[in-house]
Structures are given as C-alpha cells and as structure tokens.
Design a protein around this ligand. Structure first.
Ligand code: HEM
Length: 138
C-alpha cells in the first residue's frame, strides 16, 4: 500500500502536468476548500491566495517528483510540510478535507479521458501516503 508503482507515478505526473497547464487551477483547490468548509478562511484568506496557491502547487509537484525516487528530497519536503503546518496549527484531519477537495477539483478540470479511474485511484493513494507520513509530525 505504501509505495506507488511506476505506473501510478506516471499517472500522477501526467495528470498534474495537465492540471498545471491552466494557471488558475491551483487556486481553484484552495477556493473550493474555503467555499465548502468556511473555517479554512483563517488559513487561506483571499489576500494571500496567490502566494498560498504557489506554495501548495509547488509542494505537490515536489512530492510527486521525489516520492519513492529521491528519498532525501522527499523527506526534506515532508519535514517542511510538518514544520510549516505545525506553526500554523493545521491538524492532520484537515489534510483529509484537502485531499477530498483536491480530487474533486482535478475531476472537474481534467478531461475523463486523461483523468481515468486508475489515475484517480493513484491520487487517492498519494494523498493517503502523505497523510501517513505527515500525520505523526503534526
Ligand atoms: C487543509 C489543509 C492545509 C492547510 C489549512 C494549509 C495551510 C497552509 C498555510 C497557511 C501555509 C502558509 C505558512 C507560511 O506562510 O509560513 C502553508 C504552507 C505550506 N503548505 Fe499547506 N496547508 C494545508 C495542506 C497542505 C498540503 C496537503 C500540502 C502538501 C502536501 C501542503 C504543503 C505546504 C507547504 C510545503 C508549505 C510551505 C511553503 C513554503 O513556505 O514555501 N499544505 N499551508
């Protein structure tokens, strides 16, 4: 369960590239999170959306690029995620909400021919892995 297959990693890389082609897509994740769960406005206020979007898109890009292939860089990214969110009082169950909204927005923005059921399953698995790795630190 805890490792991605090469195929799953390819699915994640390819779908994330498609998602990132449209610059507003990243922002849509944070906006949807706040819309669906208004308590998150405390962490994602409108005025900081650009900066926060860039941070989160970049973080996912790094996680996808390094997971299972570059342990040093992956661990460094996990440590950063823990450190930043501890400081912001983000709890690990909030990562469940983030994952749910992330996958919801991916489904809306990427054509189903590209975001196949297999790709969606790879995204669910990635989110679970992140939660398992970050959780004990938060
Ligand atoms: C509901 C869940 C989340 C909330 C409320 C949240 C909130 C935040 C906030 C407020 C910051 C800014 C901290 C600062 O300015 O120092 C931040 C930074 C960051 N977040 Fe999140 N986040 C969430 C989920 C995630 C997830 C799922 C990831 C990646 C897997 C992530 C990765 C990062 C990283 C790496 C930074 C630091 C970026 C940098 O300083 O360069 N966050 N997050």
């Amino acid at each position: 369960m805890m490792n991605l297959t090469d195929n799953e990693r390819d699915l994640l890389k390819n779908t994330w590239e498609l998602f990132k082609e449209e610059p507003d897509n990243g922002r849509a994740i944070l906006e949807r999170l706040v819309e669906k769960y208004p308590k998150y406005v405390k962490w994602f206020p409108e005025k900081d959306m650009d900066k926060l979007t860039k941070m989160h898109v970049k973080s996912f890009t790094k996680v996808i690029n390094f997971i299972d292939t570059n342990k040093k860089m992956y661990d460094k990214q996990v440590d950063k995620i823990i450190r930043k969110h501890k400081k912001e009082d983000v709890k690990i169950d909030m990562f469940d909400d983030f994952s749910e909204v992330l996958i919801e927005v991916l489904k809306e923005k990427i054509h189903p021919d590209d975001l196949t059921d297999e790709a969606i399953a790879a995204w669910r698995k990635l989110c679970q892995i992140i939660i398992v790795h970050v959780g004990p630190g938060l």
